[in-house]
Structure formats: C-alpha cells, structure tokens
Ligand binder design. Structure first.
Ligand code: ADP
Ligand code: MG
Length: 729
C-alpha cells in the first residue's frame, strides 16, 4: 500500500514545515529599506528612468497618449538605455512577453549576446525591441477553422513598462508585447484591450468635453484586480492526481469544520502563510506592482491580494505577473497556489473582482460624484450609460468570463449568478427612480436634483451598502465586475466592457450634441440621457439577493439572459449579431471573434475531458482499490468470527454498506463511460453535452467517491482529505 505511506509522509512533512526566512533589502547603514526605496527597482519605466533624456521621454509620452509611432532613432536610444539598465542589474537575456489565448503568458528568451567581427558583445537592437517572431504554430489559434493565417509576430507595447524577472541564477528583461498575425489580427488578449482603451478614451473625452470639461484631453480606463487564491501544502498537492492534473479536487468528503464559523475571513494569518505573503509583497513591489491589501478569505486555506489600481493595460499585465509570482513564491514556501475558481467543492470559490472606472488627464474619476450639481449630472449620466452598456451587452459580457473553472462559481449558490445584472445601491437607485418619474427634474433651477452636490458625494461615501451577490456592482466610485474568474486574464472581459460602454457613450454623445444644437442646456441633455438609460436598463438593475432562486425566476420574467454554462455562453461569441458592437467599436473583427470562439470552446472541452479521464483513473486506481482493501479486511474478520462461532453483525453491516456503495459507484461509472464514449464530434454540440449531461454525471460520481471516503478507514484511504489540505500550518 505504497500510496497510503505517501499520504502519511505528506502529513508528516506538512506538519513539520517551517516559515521561510527572507533577506529583506537593507540600506548601507544596516537599516531596512522602506517600500518606496525598492518599489519598482526591477522596472524600466520610460518616464522615470534617469537613463533617457527629457526630449525622448516627451516623445514617448506623446506617442502613448496620441497612439503615434516612435521614430527609429528614438527606439534605438531606448533599446540601448534599456539594455544598459538591464545589464547593470545582471541580466543576460531578454524576451518578448505576451498573452496568447491560453490565458497565461508566453515568452521566448534570447541572450543579449551578439558577435561583432567575431568578438562577443551585448546588444538589443531597435528591431529586436520592436518586433519578435515566436514560433507561433503551437499557440492556440482556433485550428484550421479560423479564416486567417494564425501565425504572427510580437510587437512592443510601449504603454506597459519593461521589467526584469529574477531567477536564482540570472535575470531576464521582459518586454511586454502584443501578439498579432501577419495580416494584423489579434492573436492575444492584449491587442483587443489596447484597442478598446483607445476607443473608450476617444469617446469618453468627447463626452467630458461636451459635459463642459474643456481641459480633458484623454481618458484612461482604470483597473484594480482583487486576486483570490488557495494555498495547499505541496506534499498534499502531489498526492492528489486531480490537483496535479486539473487544478481542483474532483471529489472529497466535506471537512466537518470548514467555513461555517466564519472564522477565517479577515482572521489571523497563519505564520507560514504570512512569511509567504511577505516575500510575495516584497517581490511585487520590486516589480512595481502596487500590492496593497492581503487577508484571509472566506474559506479556510483561501486568501486575497489586492493592488492599487492602475491603467487597465498595465493592470492586466501586472495581474498576469502577480498570478505567476503567487505560484512561484508559494513553491519556495512548499505550498502550491491554486488559482482555480473552485478547487474544493462545497466551500467558497475564487474570483477576481475587477474594479473598473475611467479617469481623465485632469484627475477626474468619471464614477465619482463631484462637488458641483453639474458634476453630479455628469456622474449620474455616466452611471446610467454603464448600466445600459451592461444591459445591452449582457450576453457578450457573460461570454467574456466563461470558462470551465468559472462554471463552478457562476450560478452555484455562493457566487455571483450567471445572470448579468447591475447593483447600484439604495442611493443611486432612489435617484434613478425619481429621474425616471421626472420628479426631481426642475429644468430652471440651479439644483437639478433634490440632492445638493455635496450631499450626493457624502451620501455615497456613507452609503456602505454592499452586495456580495451581484456580478457587477457599483462600489462608491467604481464598478466592480465580480464575476471574473480567479484564473482568468482580465484583458478580454475588460475589453468587452470597454467596448460596451464605448458603444452606449458614443450613441449618447450623438444625443447630447443634438440636444445642444436644439438649444437645450448641457444639464438638460445629461438628464435626458440619464433618464433614457436608467429607464431602458431598469430590468438589468437588481439590488436584491443574486443567490436566490427567486432572482432566477424574476430575471427570466424581465427577459435577462441566463447562460448557465460555458457551452451556452461561448456560443454567444459565434453570434455575429450580438457581437457586432465589438467590430463597430474597432475592438475585434468578426474573424478574431470566430478564432476566439474556436479556441475557448476547444479549451473548455479539453479541460473537462482531462477532468473526466482523471476522475475515472482515480476511481479505478484509488477509490475502488481502497474499498476493496477494506472489504478484504472486513471479510477476514467475518470469516474469523464465524469460524470461532461468534456473531459478526456489525462487520457484516459494514461489509454490506461498502458493497452497496461500490456497486452504486460502479454502475454510475458505467453510465458515465457510455456517455463519454458516445460524445458528438461537432464541437458546439460536444461542449453542450459535456456541460449539460456529462459534467453533472461526473459530479454525481464525485459524490459517490466522497461517500466511500466517509466509510473507508482513514489508514486505508490513500488520498489527502479536505480537512488536511485546507487547514494549513
Ligand atoms: P473594496 O472592494 O472593499 O471597495 P477597495 O476600495 O480597496 O476595496 O478597492 C478594491 C480595488 O479597487 C483596489 O484594487 C483598488 O485599487 C481598486 N480601485 C479603487 N478605485 C478605483 C478606480 N477608480 N478605478 C479602478 N479601480 C479602483
Ligand atoms: Mg472589492
């Protein structure tokens, strides 16, 4: 029984782990450095570096805000400066770092080595900085069904700073890039995001100009991603084939004590986890990722990390690095970090609350009420436009967050539902209600609303109503897209959201211009669009309990889409009518969408199929053999008892129980196998059968396994259990 020993060993090593000590950065006088003294030391920021002349910095700034190309000589200067900077830190290699459609990142490293007349030198040329050609044939590209050449090149994104990635034996300069085909189609997550930010900036600038903010020259999308994750001791992780193969447990008997006592959330952080978090924050700060908040989450073994928000593009890159670092540093502490949306059945899953807003160059946060009544009108109109955007494009937004992992959260009973709705809170709700009814509308007065200016900002500050059950919630001065999965790239959902808002804002700008031309005041025009969208989007606004069954029925009555699983949700990507706004806003062409649909659908199918084979393997290799071992033992005792002429009713009872549980499992396994073997080949159908038939069957199988786990003696059961894995030392 080798595996039982493995589990015993796993327990032993997990219990004996020590906290890991790290060398904190010191000043020459031996004092600890402050965060501000090492923050961003591994980042080559073109604006703050002292290695570039001011003229170049100015040119770069103009190019990033006006989306112009840098001239060749400037790129040469930047390439040299970046190389010298990287070399001074001990870097030996560089890479183009990009986000293919796997959801993760990719890189191909080259050394700085070059030969000049046969002599070795270090060099990064302008063209090496600007463009790279990874061998792209192995990246997901939607296969032959995609309508364009899916090989491509990487292209430097100068709006996201280069950074150094440190291994114990060297450093690599990472250059953030977009990944596009030779014919210009996006093959990555970043390109649509960049396009959507450009579009939204253009439309929002116009809106602010119309609303009287003449100083507004550009608008950035701001984004802060709260990252949730689980930590499991690595010895348990490697003793669970499901964790290794699929990132989640496919079954497990619930621990008697899990999150019922609510004692983990914001609780005392275990020492070993704390030492991990300290090292993680240090490394994030060195990389210029503004880690701010760290705390225990709801489930035991679950934690959260939230950074200070940044521009969406950089924030998305930062989140990718953050996920990678969480994994790397966890490993140094003998943990494995699980970024999966639902690693353990029956307890909280992990999301990535994506906080979102828009800010202009003068510092206006468009989702923050100002101090003047008129600014409140601008604010309310913005909120109303976002509501309409979410209402109008609810299905594409749902599609943008679809994944096998996220299916366990959305629609499950402790996560946002798969119905996309907006939570506004009582204050804005009440204001919208009166605007709809025309009650507070006093066109000639100074105060357009009953609520004075200061009152509104104060009200929203005091108004702490929180709704954890909404997939898209207004939280004071930003919206929070809560339905995004913990392992997802935020680029795609953010791009779809930006495009949705740009769509509605664009239309609104037209309406405002018309009103102004007809002699109306800007306040009247803003009020008119607030009324229009607050009324139109009303069905999508929901402030109640999103987890309740009543909401599912109510949403159905309101005609809101409820795409219960990824197969249904991803189908939306193939619906050219529903997705047309993305190409209209210049964010994604229909060919790009088709490719994404193919890739994501295939990914969904493949991930589920890996889970199905892993589950069957574990049943055959772990669960049934443990049950047989136990039966063998019991059978022996029963025979002994009988030959001694003794009663053995208890043992016989146990034997029958085990036998029955095994038979149920085995017949369920047969049903499952038959279903699995007869899956359709056509991918959309295959995905749907998986989502609607096979996956629920696999869950039932899992329940049979968990039932057996509860019957089989601890010293025969070979797999680490929930209570062990979740309660970290
Ligand atoms: P809470 O979720 O409790 O409101 P915080 O106020 O700390 O917590 O915000 C959570 C996240 O929202 C952080 O990452 C924060 O930086 C980000 N955030 C705050 N303001 C904005 C904004 N204007 N735009 C985008 N993200 C923001
Ligand atoms: Mg939050």
């Amino acid at each position: 029984m080798a595996t039982v020993e493995t589990r015993d060993n796993a327990r032993r090593s997990a219990v004996q782990r020590e906290e890991r000590f790290i060398d904190r950065p010191l000043k020459e006088d031996g004092q600890y450095k402050r965060i501000s003294e090492y923050y961003g030391e591994l980042v080559f920021d073109l604006q703050t570096t002292d290695r570039l002349p001011d003229a170049i910095k100015k040119e770069v700034l103009e190019c990033t805000t006006q989306k112009r190309q840098l001239n060749r000589e400037t790129v040469e200067v930047i390439a040299n400066a970046a190389t010298e900077w990287a070399l001074s830190h001990g870097a030996t290699h560089f890479c183009h770092w990009f986000q293919p459609l796997t959801g993760g990142t990719a890189e191909k490293q080259d050394s700085f080595l070059d030969l000049k007349n046969g002599a070795p030198i270090e060099r990064l040329s302008a063209s090496q900085l600007i463009q790279g050609e990874p061998d792209a044939s192995s990246f997901p590209n939607g296969g032959s069904r995609s309508t364009f050449e899916a090989r491509g090149y990487t292209s430097w994104d100068l709006s996201s700073p280069m950074f150094l990635v440190e291994g114990i034996n060297g450093m690599t300069l990472c250059i953030p890039t977009a990944f596009v085909s030779y014919t210009g189609e996006a093959l990555d997550m970043k390109t649509p995001l960049l396009r959507s930010v450009t579009k939204l900036s253009e439309v929002a600038t116009k809106f602010l100009n119309l609303a009287g903010h003449a100083e507004t020259k550009n608008v950035t999308v701001t984004c802060g991603c709260e990252q949730e994750y689980f930590l499991v001791d690595k010895s348990y992780f490697y003793a669970r084939p499901d964790l290794v193969q699929t990132g989640r447990t496919l079954f497990g008997k619930a621990a008697s004590k899990h999150q019922q006592l609510d004692d983990h959330y914001f609780g005392f952080i275990p020492a070993r986890v704390m030492s991990f978090m300290q090292e993680l924050d240090l490394e994030l700060h060195r990389l210029g990722i503004p880690a701010k908040t760290r705390h225990n989450e709801v489930a035991p073994g679950q934690f959260e990390l939230a950074p200070i928000f940044k521009e969406a593009n950089v924030s998305s890159d930062n989140n990718q690095m953050m996920m990678a670092l969480i994994k790397q540093i966890a490993a140094k502490h003998d943990f494995v970090a699980l970024l999966h949306e639902k690693p353990f059945a029956g307890i909280n899953g992990s999301g990535k609350h994506t906080n979102w807003s828009m800010a202009d160059n003068t510092g206006i946060n468009m989702l923050e009420p100002g101090n003047e009544p008129q600014q409140n009108m601008r604010f309310l109109a913005t909120v109303a436009m976002v509501c309409e955007a979410v209402h109008r494009h609810a299905a594409p937004l749902r599609a943008a967050i679809a994944s096998a992992g996220n299916d366990h959260r959305l629609g499950a009973n402790e996560a946002p539902p798969s119905i996309i709705s907006v939570f506004l809170g009582d204050t804005i709700n009440a204001i919208f209600e009166s605007i709809r009814e025309g009650k507070t509308y006093t066109p000639s007065g100074d105060s357009l609303l009953d609520l004075g200016a200061k009152q509104l900002s104060q009200l929203l500050k005091d108004n702490t109503d929180r709704n954890r059950t909404s997939p898209f919630a207004f939280t004071g001065n930003k919206f929070e897209f809560r339905a995004v999965g913990s392992s997802a790239s935020v680029s795609f959902p953010t791009a779809v959201l930006n495009a949705a808002v740009a769509d509605v804002m664009n239309e609104s700008n037209g309406l405002i211009e018309k009103d102004l031309a007809a002699g109306k005041s800007i306040d009247e025009a803003l009020l008119a669009i607030t009324k229009k969208w607050a009324t139109n989007a009303e069905p999508c606004i929901f402030n109640g309990d999103g987890y309740s069954d009543d909401w599912v029925k109510e949403a159905d009555k309101r005609g809101l889409p409820n795409l219960r699983n990824s197969a249904q949700a991803l189908g939306v990507l193939a619906d050219t009518k529903q997705m047309a706004f993305l190409s209209e806003q210049g964010v994604m062409s229909s060919a790009e969408l088709e490719m994404r649909y193919n890739v994501l659908l295939e990914r969904y199918i493949t991930l589920r199929e890996i889970e199905f084979t892993t589950l069957q393997d574990m049943i055959n290799q772990n669960v049934l053999p443990s049950a047989i071992d136990y039966k063998l033992k019991l059978g022996q005792v029963i025979m002994n008892q009988k030959s001694a002429g003794l009663e053995c009713s208890v043992e016989v009872e146990l034997y029958k129980k085990i036998n029955f549980a095994m038979e149920s499992l085995s017949s369920q396994l047969n049903i499952f196998k038959n279903g699995f073997d007869s899956l359709e080949h056509e991918e959309q159908k295959r995905a749907e059968t998986i989502a609607e038939t096979l996956y629920p069957l696999s869950e039932e199988l899992g329940e049979h396994c968990a039932n057996l786990e509860g019957l089989i003696p601890d010293n025969i059961w070979t797999l680490p259990k929930y209570y062990e894995m979740l309660h970290n030392k």
